[in-house]
Ligand binder design. Structure first.
Ligand SMILES: C[S@@+](CC[C@H](N)C(=O)[O-])C[C@H]1O[C@@H](n2cnc3c(N)ncnc32)[C@H](O)[C@@H]1O
Length: 287
């Protein structure tokens, strides 16, 4: 159990650094959880969310790319075939477990991996053309520092392209299933309701503009669109998405089983619906 969970159990509000430590711990317990959940499910064009990010991010040529919160480096499966000779990729993540897997998996002199927080990047000013990020920024409280850092390291006409989880409300079936799980989580950990694990400004155009255009270096929002990926309506598929989620993975086994059973009953109640759509968002900003 993490300090984050211990505090919730003791009815105390965890701090932002407890949350970050919890994320690092969750990836230590369940390494590669993100590609395991997200690489298999696709949108209506049969693209998974990494490919949806790649389609927009890799449209223009670049010399230096940063993968923010790179995890085990899964995005490299899509980026590496397009990485020109002489171009470079740097993967940054605050979690050592995933980073070690990335280092072991991808062996290429054009790649390097750095253990660091996204808000304090050990990179030179004006040294990067493209920042990509898959399923990371919805976890960050300190988005203003992130926008400052990205503005500092990006060159002129640089891009920040990110894909992240959107609020459940953008997909009624996902909202229904998520509520079943969260009713049980909230019964176990009542303070979960008042937690802020992320910055809600990323869910509105005004909020995104305030964060990214407000710090002066980014000049425009190039894309801001919602999409969904289809997860088959089976408990195996839905549980593969839910089981390692940061508020579920660390619960006692008994509670996890209870959630699994309740979700299974919920899925049966929406049959013959073949899919539950998981809501996501893609944004792109230009300096
Ligand atoms: C859901 S995983 C996504 C991993 C990878 N991008 C992928 O999609 O396969 C979130 C990752 O973001 C990292 N992360 C979250 N907040 C971070 C921060 N402030 N600085 C650096 N890494 C962060 C976590 O350590 C974790 O590896």
């Amino acid at each position: 159990m993490s300090r984050f969970f211990d505090k919730l159990r003791a009815n105390a509000i965890p701090t932002a650094s407890d949350w970050e430590a919890h994320l690092i711990g969750a990836h230590k317990i369940a390494p590669q959880m993100t590609p395991m959940a997200f690489a298999n499910y696709r949108n209506h064009e049969a693209l998974n969310s990494y490919q949806i990010l790649a389609r927009v991010a890799l449209l223009n040529t670049f010399n230096d790319c940063l993968d923010l919160g790179c995890g085990d480096g899964h995005f490299l499966n899509y980026l590496l075939p397009k990485l020109q000779q002489g171009s470079h990729y740097v993967g940054v993540d605050m979690g050592p477990t995933e980073l070690a897997i990335a280092q072991k998996t991808f062996n290429d002199t054009r790649l390097r991996f750095i253990l660091a927080r996204a808000q304090e990047l050990p990179l030179e000013n004006n040294s990067i053309d493209l920042v990509v990020s898959h399923m990371v920024i919805m976890l960050m409280d300190d988005l203003d520092s992130l926008a400052q850092e990205l503005g500092r390291i990006l060159r002129k006409n640089g891009r920040f392209v990110a894909v992240y989880g959107a609020p459940a409300i953008e997909s009624p079936k996902w909202q229904f299933i998520r509520k079943i799980a969260f009713d049980i989580i909230e019964r176990e950990l009542p303070l979960v309701r008042s937690l802020h694990t992320g910055d809600s400004r990323i869910y509105s155009r005004e909020g995104l503009e305030e964060v990214f255009l407000g710090q002066g270096r980014f000049t425009k929002v190039e894309a801001n669109e919602g999409f969904t990926i289809r997860v088959p309506n089976t408990i195996e598929d839905i549980w593969s998405m839910l089981k390692d989620m940061y508020l579920i993975g660390a619960l006692p086994v008994k509670v996890k089983l209870e959630i699994q059973k309740a979700v299974e009953a919920g899925l049966q109640s929406i049959l013959p619906e073949p899919f539950v759509e998981y809501p996501m968002r893609l944004v792109s900003f230009v300096t």
